[in-house]
Design a protein. Structure first.
Length: 76
C-alpha cells in the first residue's frame, strides 16, 4: 500500500517534473501501451497484498508464542 500511495502522490503532486520522470521511465522500460501499464501495476499490487499477509502472519505467530503458557512451549 505504501508503494502505491507514494507513486500516486508523486504522480499527482509532483508537478511537470514527475510527469516527465514517469514518462521517461515508462519509455525506457518500453511500457507504452495502457495494457502494459496495467500489467506492470498488477504485480505491484499482488506483491503488496502478499507481503501484508506475510507480515500479519508473522505478527500473529509472534504474539501467539508470547502469550502461550511456558508449559505448552516446552512440550513442543
Amino acid at each position: 500500500m505504501v508503494l502505491r500511495t507514494a507513486f500516486s502522490l508523486f504522480a499527482s503532486d509532483g508537478g511537470p517534473a514527475a510527469v516527465h520522470t514517469i514518462g521517461d521511465a515508462m519509455r525506457s522500460l518500453i511500457v507504452t501501451a495502457s495494457s502494459a501499464t496495467v500489467a506492470c501495476l498488477l504485480p505491484m499490487v499482488l506483491i503488496e497484498v502478499a507481503s501484508r499477509q506475510l507480515i500479519g502472519a508473522s505478527r500473529y505467530h509472534a504474539l501467539r508464542t508470547q502469550l502461550q503458557p511456558a508449559s505448552l512451549r516446552s512440550s513442543r
